[in-house]
Ligand binder design. Structure first.
Ligand code: GDD
Ligand code: MG
Length: 322
């Protein structure tokens, strides 16, 4: 079976970090976001097709040097084709039922169970659903009593949303879906879903966690969630001196903590130096960054090789080279 990961978005809401790092390669507890999608794919998935466009070379370099346990094929779009165009563009790899994933979703969906559900219900596809309080930033579904999707709205105004069940960005499709995607730039959500409802598109609800990592806030929610699920780890190569203090669950790689206070929910990558009197909480500090004396970092992402100056306070920001 093939799994398709849509990974061609520009990551605009994560700029400036995504000027130099495509969204699928943003580290989440030491591994790129996309690995968190690939790892739990069912055993029957032998090939992962990545539909890419933005920063294809960086993705190519990552997959050429890391074995993720399956064959990975990168299919490039000269210019982004939209989520539907991206599916059509990989048509020659699709020969049967396939899984498709938005490349920025971290969640606990059980794909084996979802496949079972799909095979039981039949139809052209099954869409994983998640409940949120405010569905206006997502695709929203209406369903009949048997769970079949009867209407689909992409990013409706809050007062117009027909439910609070949203498209989780994880699908199982039959190959037949390809016949319903026209050529060119096409949005699955706006152009295709509303037209295939009569072919049988079913909803599949699941429990646990679901996060769309498209924003700073949500990446940090994903990091916190995975840390709280047992992802904390302190590298034996970390150097801690001058009574540096760690509180709560954190992941700290080969870095240097000097008289600072770290935690909770902090990820610190290799070759980072955090200086005396600095405080870091609910944040990500990437490779080679320097946090100077007395600086405070909260709810933020500090990109590779960036410096937070002495005494500076960084709250709810992305600091990265442009
Ligand atoms: N290959 C390719 N080409 N991939 C693309 C393109 C493109 O032109 N445009 C977007 N993508 C990828 C993005 O990289 C991302 O992984 C995924 O498709 C979804 O795009 P986003 O830009 O993140 O969309 P969204 O978060 O606003 O909305 C989508 O996801 C929600 C759930 O997270 C929609 O599918 C909503 O319906 C859904 O609720
Ligand atoms: Mg998204």
């Amino acid at each position: 079976m093939k799994a398709l990961i849509l990974a061609g978005g520009l990551g605009t809401r994560l700029r400036p970090l995504t000027y130099r790092m495509p969204k699928p390669l943003i580290p989440l507890l030491g591994r790129p976001l996309v690995d968190h999608i690939i790892d739990p794919l069912p055993a029957e998935v032998d090939t992962v097709v990545l539909a890419v466009s933005y920063m294809k070379d960086a993705l190519d370099a990552y997959f050429s040097s890391h074995d993720v346990g399956r064959k990975v094929v990168l299919v490039n779009e000269e210019a982004p084709l939209g989520t539907g165009g991206a599916v059509k563009n990989v048509a020659h790899y699709i020969n049967d039922t396939f899984i498709a994933f938005n490349g920025d979703v971290v969640c606990s969906v059980d794909l084996n169970d979802m496949l079972h559900h799909h095979r039981e219900h039949g139809g052209i596809g099954t869409m994983a659903l998640w409940r949120v309080d405010d569905p206006s930033a997502f695709g929203v579904v209406g369903r009949d009593s048997r769970g079949r999707i009867t209407s689909f709205q992409e990013k409706p105004a809050k007062e117009e949303a027909i439910s609070n069940s949203i498209n989780a960005g994880v699908y199982i499709f039959e190959k037949e879906l390809l016949d319903h995607i026209p050529a060119g730039v096409v949005s699955l959500e706006r152009d295709v879903f509303p037209k295939i409802l009569n072919k049988g598109l079913h909803g599949y609800e699941f429990k646990g966690h679901w996060i769309d990592c498209g924003t700073r806030e949500n990446i940090l929610v994903a990091q916190r969630t995975l840390l709280d699920l047992g992802g904390g780890r302190i590298s034996p190569e970390m150097i801690k001196e001058d009574d540096a203090m760690l509180t709560g669950v954190n992941m700290v790689q080969r870095s240097h903590l000097r008289g600072c206070r770290i935690g909770p929910h902090v990820y610190i990558e290799d070759d980072v130096l955090i200086s005396k009197g600095a405080e870091v909480s609910e944040s990500m500090v990437l490779r080679g960054a320097l946090i100077e004396e007395g600086a405070k970092v909260q709810g933020s992402i500090i990109g590779p090789d960036c410096v937070v100056a002495r005494g500076q306070a960084v709250k709810d920001q992305i600091v990265a080279r442009t």
